[in-house]
Design a protein around this ligand. Structure first.
Ligand code: SAH
Length: 255
């Protein structure tokens, strides 16, 4: 669909590149210091339409990409950034119809990426207020059909069985290794995102004495470039660190 529709999330980008995420409502309006943009002037118009506010400021209205949505959506917990989300989809080999367990769910950025790749996601999240934020963010992107979040402590165990993938973003994933052994089918993949290398080493130790094999750890460095006329060079600043990604496969137990 190329026209913007009521209820969808739309990104308004001003002349300086500043972004505002708005949910289009008939009769609604977007207010900024340079005046108002009525939502009715966007609804039914093409994705990418250019409008002016009552104060004359120019805005491009775009249906956000998943990466744009994730960066602008409401947050409870810290999110996983798009550069890591893309890598996680490959490392966890998320495919349409894959049965994925996720914990903790936080704001739902990782949930959104895996749902968009076609997975069926069951998430456990300790804090009910974060679970509510994640559920709302997933619904705003229209991906709620294959999504269920439960307010519970993942360290106590995973109720699901015959899962294809277990994807973790919580502080002590080594406490999930034996739970994942029970819940995953043979050949299933475990992926964990961790901010520090000490945590990563502790997880790798737990994996090394488990039924998991083929463990690997990687970090993703992304460098943006400034491209303007003759000035073509890397940006002066970059995000130097987000997290480490560890993956492993569940192997059949040797008899
Ligand atoms: N990956 C998420 C962010 C997760 S932040 C995203 O991309 O948006 C880590 C989350 O783990 C927090 O919301 C925290 O409440 C939750 N958490 C921590 N320990 C947990 C546990 N034992 N069980 C379930 N969730 C847990």
């Amino acid at each position: 669909l190329s026209e913007l529709t009521p209820n969808e999330a739309v990104l308004l980008v001003d002349a300086r590149g500043r972004r505002h995420l708005v949910r289009l409502r008939p009769g609604g309006s977007f207010h900024s210091h340079s005046g108002i943009v009525e939502h009715d002037r966007l609804i039914g118009r093409p994705d990418g339409v250019v409008v002016r506010s009552t104060g004359g400021a120019r805005y491009v209205a775009l249906r956000p990409t998943l990466a744009e949505f994730v960066l602008e959506m409401p947050r409870g917990a810290q999110i996983i950034y798009p550069k890591d989300l893309g890598a996680i989809l490959m490392l966890a080999d998320v495919y349409p119809g894959a049965r994925v367990f996720e914990a903790g769910v936080g704001s739902g950025a990782l949930s959104l990426a895996m749902l968009r790749a076609g997975a069926e996601v069951v998430g456990y999240e300790l804090r009910p207020e974060f679970a509510a934020v994640a559920t709302a963010n997933v619904a705003a992107m229209g991906l709620e059909q294959r999504y269920r979040v439960e307010g519970r402590d993942a360290y106590l165990g995973i109720e699901e069985r015959s899962l294809d993938r277990v994807v973790l973003d919580l502080p002590e994933p080594w406490r999930m290794v034996s739970h994942a052994e029970q819940a995953l089918r043979a050949g299933g993949v475990l992926v964990a995102y961790l901010p520090t290398i000490n945590q990563t080493a502790e997880l790798r130790q737990a994996l090394s004495v488990s039924s998991f094999g083929l463990a690997e750890t990687v970090e993703v460095l992304e460098r943006h470039w400034h491209v303007e006329g003759r000035s073509v060079r890397p940006d002066h600043r970059m995000v130097a660190h987000t997290g480490f990604l560890t993956s492993a496969r569940l192997l059949e137990k040797e008899r």
